[in-house]
Design a protein around this ligand. Structure first.
Ligand code: ATP
Ligand code: MG
Length: 435
């Protein structure tokens, strides 16, 4: 026998049970987004590499070392599996001139790919829900996106996720801060680790969110970007905070929150939990007013965020959320060739009446089939043998306690089966006439 093939490291199968939990989560997400007037958009998983280099920035972790890039063997194009969705979303909005129709509130959900070291909460294929508002300068939409997240935690019954916010100001403000920051770090160059040395002249802002404990004191003493913000940036930041206070959403200003992607300005935010170990950021986002123009569009303000689905689901389970395996209404067992054909017809007829039916396939004795029926959790077993087939009837055997109907096996005519089953399985609904 040849060796079994394995999935790629850091790219996971989501098996039944978990997959149903994902579906439940996704349904909550759809309802939540609709309540805020966001509409879905779907972009390709593969884009020209240049899109991400231009949007995310040459000297970011993602572009420097995390992208799955390859050459199209047929035409030599440089392509990349999307590491995030914002760049693709903005590309699509520009390509289809969507901003001519006014501001756009869009969302998408799906896999992203980054070549990282796999660990708990960090995978090479992971999934995000992305939410983007284009064409609105804020600060109202910034605050609304933050409030949206708070409501989602509520909808999911999640607690203990804290909000950190910061303002990255505008380009000129960051440039003045950067000059002072580099001067400060140069004075302490001997203390910097290799990563910080490398970033000192390429992306010094990123040094501020280093996870190296040895650098904490140094970065705590560094010049703070917030002290360089001008009047307009401060007013925008204060506007966001005012709206958050108005709806009683607690927040903490974290002057070291700088985000890993280059396209952000003004508002940035992260939602963080302490219950998932090192990978505690479940949601991150902010304003990216420069990106539309950077990708060749007429300048337009924009703001968005992404939820890390794996991390949120881990937290959801950590906090006790369980998903019961779905069960069918009826499990249909049968024996004999004519009975098999009759059973197939019965199953289709019942599904046509809205019942979930598991038709036993693959043969076996009545006894083993009934064991499967029991294990399935179905409310009833339906039994079709030669006797039943000959007279166009089906035997019903209730499998669960608590029915008012007789609990032993009894027969009904094929034509009456759906009505009888309805009364048996949904007696309350039937009383209300809503079946
Ligand atoms: P981190 O600092 O954890 O690497 P990031 O700044 O790279 O995060 P973003 O690009 O802002 O992350 O992505 C938004 C969210 O997507 C993160 O907050 C996280 O919840 C999730 N996420 C990012 N990378 C991964 C990954 N490799 N595996 C699982 N989830 C991820
Ligand atoms: Mg990262």
């Amino acid at each position: 026998m040849s060796q079994l093939l394995q999935a790629i490291r850091g790219m996971n199968d989501i098996l039944s049970g978990d997959a149903e939990l994902w579906e439940q989560f996704e349904q909550t997400i759809r309802d939540w987004l609709a309540a805020y007037g966001y509409r879905p958009i779907r972009m390709p998983l593969v884009e020209p590499t240049a899109l991400f280099v231009r949007a995310i920035g040459e000297v970011t972790d993602i572009v420097e070392k995390e992208m799955y890039s390859f050459e199209d063997a047929l035409n030599g194009e440089q392509l990349t599996l999307r590491p995030e969705g914002t760049a693709s979303c903005v590309r699509a909005v520009l390509q289809h001139n969507l901003l001519y129709g006014g501001a756009q509130r869009l969302w998408y959900m799906g896999p992203m790919f980054r070549h990282e070291r796999p660990q708990k909460g960090r995978y090479r294929q992971f999934h995000q829900v992305g939410v983007e508002a284009l064409g609105i300068p804020g600060p109202d939409v910034d605050a609304e996106q933050i409030a949206m997240c708070a409501r989602l935690w509520d909808d999911l019954g999640l607690t203990g996720i804290r909000l950190e916010i910061n303002s990255l100001g505008q380009g000129e403000e960051r440039a003045r801060h950067r000059a002072d920051l580099v001067a400060y770090l140069e004075q302490h160059q001997a203390m910097l680790d290799a990563d910080a040395q490398r970033r000192l002249h390429t992306n010094p802002l990123r040094i501020l969110d280093t996870k190296n404990p040895a650098l904490q004191e140094l970065v705590n003493g560094a010049p703070k970007l917030i002290d360089y913000l001008g009047e307009a940036s401060l007013k925008h930041f204060e506007g966001v905070q005012q709206l958050l206070r108005d709806v009683a959403i607690p927040y903490q200003i974290n002057p070291r929150l700088v985000r890993g992607l280059d396209y952000y300005n003004l508002t940035v935010f992260e939602w963080v939990t302490d219950q998932l170990g090192a990978q505690g950021t479940v949601c991150a986002g902010g304003r990216y007013d420069g990106l539309v123009a950077q990708l060749g569009g007429k300048p337009a303000p924009a703001c968005g965020f992404a939820l890390g689905i794996e991390r949120l689901l881990a937290l959801w389970q950590e906090q006790g959320h369980r998903h019961d395996a779905p069960v069918v209404d009826a499990y249909l067992v049968h024996q004999g060739e004519a009975a098999g054909r009759f059973a197939f017809r019965v199953a289709e007829a019942l599904r046509g009446r809205g019942f979930a039916v598991h038709l036993h396939c693959g043969g076996g004795s009545f006894k083993t089939q009934m064991k499967k029926a029991d294990a399935s959790g179905a409310a009833v077993a339906l039994i079709v043998g030669d006797d039943e087939t000959a007279v166009n009837e089906v035997s019903i055997k209730p499998l669960r306690e608590g029915f008012e109907q007789p609990v032993t096996q009894y027969r009904v005519a094929f034509d009456e089966l759906a009505d009888t089953l309805g009364e048996l399985i949904f007696p309350m609904e039937d009383d209300n006439g809503s079946l």
